[in-house]
Design a protein around this ligand. Structure first.
Ligand code: FES
Length: 185
């Protein structure tokens, strides 16, 4: 709301960029992009950025899930870039009547991806991570946590880690994008 009150030309203080983003290896041709609800936002940014860099998006497939039709956001942003989109809703009001992870699982069963990228609710990400592990496909997830400082001071964004060296990782500095296998969901 505070940002929305600003007009073009207003000056705001911005600190960033902070943390890490998605990294799509140049050899990755088949990429499955999985979004849940408002988690679609950074994925629009990612795919638009790749498009701007003239990366071939022919092998990209976007899966967008939401509770209802109103929760399916930004599919036009992807189709405008020529990227195939498959939608699902929990209540069947639009797209396939299932969780977004179902068509992902089916797609991987048909054709393995080089990498999966995902953003959405934690339980969706946990499911995506499990599917990626099942098919042994590299997976990056962007998580949302409570963040107060954004620079490693408040420790409010700690998440459990599966790595041997650290019990906790910090979404603000180590993430918010993580290889799925380092997180304990
Ligand atoms: Fe403060 Fe991450 S937001 S440590």
């Amino acid at each position: 709301a505070a940002l929305a009150q600003h007009k073009t030309g207003d000056i705001v203080d911005v600190l960033g960029p902070l943390g890490s983003g998605f990294i799509i290896p140049s050899r990755a041709k088949r990429v499955y992009v999985v979004a849940g609800g408002v988690g679609v936002a950074p994925l629009v940014f990612l795919v638009s950025d790749l498009h701007r860099k003239h990366i071939d998006l022919a092998g990209y497939q976007v899966f967008i899930g939401g509770r209802t039709q109103e929760d399916l956001l930004c599919s036009n942003e992807f189709t405008d870039l020529g990227v195939a989109v498959l939608t699902t809703t929990d209540d069947g009001s639009a797209g396939d009547h299932c969780l977004v992870t179902h068509p992902l699982d089916k797609a991987l069963d048909r054709t393995l991806a080089d990498v999966i990228v995902a953003c959405g609710p934690m339980n969706m990400l946990a499911c995506v991570a499990g599917i990626a592990e099942k098919y042994k496909v590299a997976c990056q997830v962007s998580i949302e946590t409570m963040m107060a400082c954004g620079m490693g001071a408040c420790l409010g964004c700690a998440v459990s880690s599966r790595t041997e060296t650290q019990h906790y990782l910090h979404a603000c500095m180590d993430g918010p994008v993580f290889p799925a296998e380092v997180l304990k969901f």
